[in-house]
Design a protein around this ligand. Structure first.
Ligand SMILES: [Fe+2]
Length: 135
């Protein structure tokens, strides 16, 4: 089960929409590598790519929220940090030999990202669009 980009993920902030698309593409590559039983180095390399891009995206998103004066920045930032801790821990379980960990990790990444964009990211987008409409 790959995740597809759908219109209900659109925030209307073009830079963030592009980054979300890119993140979904990287997650799908990671998923496919796990599904086809790619060797450990390949899995690790793709995971590192997902992690690097996630860190880049979260800091871009946090900078954007700061720039627009978004009042819920602190809790949003915390949500990002918790997410990263959780997926790094899941990757450690995978590397420690837990055979279910990679699939659990992917299921977690997919469902978290989807819900996060739809619910949490759309809140800063709504705030931004309200402000943009007033100016
Ligand atoms: Fe976010």
């Amino acid at each position: 089960m790959k995740i597809e980009w759908t219109d209900d993920l659109i925030t209307g902030v073009p830079e963030m929409d592009e980054q979300h698309k890119q993140l979904i593409a990287l997650l799908n590559e990671f998923y496919e590598a796990v599904e086809r039983g790619e060797r450990e180095e390949g899995i690790r390399r793709l995971f590192d790519g997902v992690d690097r891009y996630t860190v880049f995206h979260f800091s871009a998103e946090e900078a954007f929220m700061e720039q627009i004066g978004y009042p819920e920045l602190a809790s949003h930032r915390e949500t990002h940090a918790i997410f990263r801790r959780e997926y790094l821990a899941a990757m450690e379980r995978h590397e420690a030999g837990d055979r279910k960990a990679a699939r659990d990790l992917i299921a977690f990444l997919f469902s978290w990202l989807y819900t996060h964009i739809q619910k949490t990211d759309k809140r800063y987008a709504a705030f931004y669009h309200r402000g943009a409409a007033q100016n």
